[in-house]
Design a binder for this molecule. Sequence first.
Ligand SMILES: [Zn+2]
Length: 198
Amino acid sequence: MTKGIDIKYVRETYERMADNELIRIATRDAEGLTPEAQQVIKEEIIRRKLDINIMKAVEAQNKTFTLDEIDSYCNLIRNLSCPSCGETSRKLNATLTSQVMSFIIFTHWSKKIKIGCPDCLDKANNNALVTSIFLGWWGLPWGIIRTPIAIGRNIKSKRTNRVDFPNDYLRQYALSRIGQLETYRNNQEQLQLLISSL
Ligand SMILES: [Zn+2]
């Protein structure tokens, strides 16, 4: 297949997409796209008169960032209000909660990144800890194997819930959502929506 046909096919594929699907790909799944495919997406955004900041998302996902640059994206999040309690006076951060629940025939293990103020992050880890301690251990064999891991993870995560800089969980989250953060960097409402959906 020649490159010309490839690009024609790529263009037709993007043209057929609904706006929200195109926006999702441009802001979340554009990492690793060829420069030609990136160009097609940009042209399609212009043709549909969508928010031109979405084009920056495509570039952001295909760029390597320094730690300072990642932290500047983190600071966009840190200045929002806590999605759990609405607190606005304290800078937000992120934590990893790990929870194990055993039922009669299976053990459910979940790991989640949560963003919030330090108190809400602690609360999220404590809830996961208590749930795992009471409901995790008795499942065989996974409950017994995974419950101590979950307990250890929550304890480790809690250590950085109150630091006054972006912690590694927040950096990981920012990198995974870099396209959306770039697109909505001046749109407080959209950023707030983004962290509330976690
Ligand atoms: Zn809070």
